[in-house]
Design a protein around this ligand. Structure first.
Ligand SMILES: [Fe+2]
Ligand SMILES: [Fe+2]
Length: 299
């Protein structure tokens, strides 16, 4: 259940969405969702649907054949892609390419922004794999964590495209700074978490992913939210921090992240993350090292 401050944020965001446009869910995603949710998904129908949309199929092959997937031979047919990846991974890839395509028309859509988005998705996926027994109890899956990571900041380029004032905030929002929600609210009367939440809803993502996006900069000590949404938000907050931490240490950002960028200080200020995910500082450091190794091997 949302508290009254969040209800107010949602009401403001809905008002703003009457004036600005968020990218609508591509038809192929809606149809794919429907086919995948059938009791026995039909591979032939799924392959035919993807094959019918030349742009989606082309983007899919580009992603599958990129170094990220390290295949030794080229994938050039949809049935082959389905066999190699399985339906869940294929859906994730198609959603990734559709989201990129939908946001890319924003003048503030930068490679750095997209790198951050992908790294948070990869970090959330890694955290979920390591903590799957903790998350499973509340019905949170690795795929949901990945999708939450992919969509967590999706509102940033949309707000940049619609509010000239917001562009000044861009660097602050894509770096990890405290007080960002208040600064956004003062500037444009809404924030990227609530707009991202509404966009994820309009793309039919499961409810707790949408709520996790809404809460990804909030203090999670409130017990009014469902445990699945809070757990997902805790994964996103940790993934977001680790992705920024990587950029900071790699020197790929000249930005100061938070004053508490030091991992022990950061974790000390967010005990609720350790409580939610049953992690201590040594386990967080271990996850950090694993993530950095993964990113370094797939730059
Ligand atoms: Fe964010
Ligand atoms: Fe972020």
């Amino acid at each position: 259940m949302a508290d009254s401050a969040t209800e107010q944020r949602l009401a403001h965001a809905r008002e703003i969405l009457q004036r600005i446009r968020i990218p609508s869910q591509p038809a192929v995603i809606a149809e794919l969702n429907r086919l995948l949710n059938e009791p026995h998904p039909d591979f032939k129908k799924i392959a035919a649907l993807i094959g019918k949309d030349a742009a989606v199929a082309a983007r899919l092959f580009k992603l599958i054949n990129s170094p990220l997937f390290g295949r030794c031979r080229e994938v050039d047919s949809i049935p082959q892609a389905l066999t190699l990846l399985g339906t869940e991974n294929l859906f994730k890839l198609i959603l990734t390419s559709c989201l990129r395509e939908s946001l890319a028309s924003s003048p503030q859509f930068t490679e750095r922004f997209w790198h951050h988005t992908q790294r948070v998705a990869i970090a959330a996926d890694l955290i979920a794999r390591r903590l799957h027994t903790v998350l499973e109890l509340d019905g949170v899956t690795t795929s949901q964590c990945y999708l939450g990571g992919l969509f967590h900041d999706c509102a940033v380029p949309i707000l940049c495209a619609n509010f000239s004032d917001y562009q000044e905030l861009f660097e602050m929002v894509v770096s990890y700074r405290q007080g960002v929600l208040d600064a956004e609210d003062r500037s444009v009367g809404t924030d990227h978490c609530v707009i991202g939440h509404l966009m994820a809803k309009s793309w039919s993502l499961p409810d707790h992913i949408c709520k996790g996006i809404l809460l990804h900069h909030d203090n999670l000590t409130s017990l009014r939210w469902s445990p699945d949404a809070v757990k997902l938000a805790a994964v996103l907050q940790l993934a977001d921090y680790l992705a920024h931490h990587y950029d900071y240490l790699a020197g790929s950002t000249g930005l100061v992240i938070d004053t508490d960028w030091d991992i022990e200080e950061w974790f000390g200020n967010r005990e609720y993350i350790g409580d939610q995910l049953h992690l201590d500082i040594d386990e967080i450091k271990y996850l950090r090292d694993e993530l950095f190794e993964l990113i370094n091997s797939n730059p």
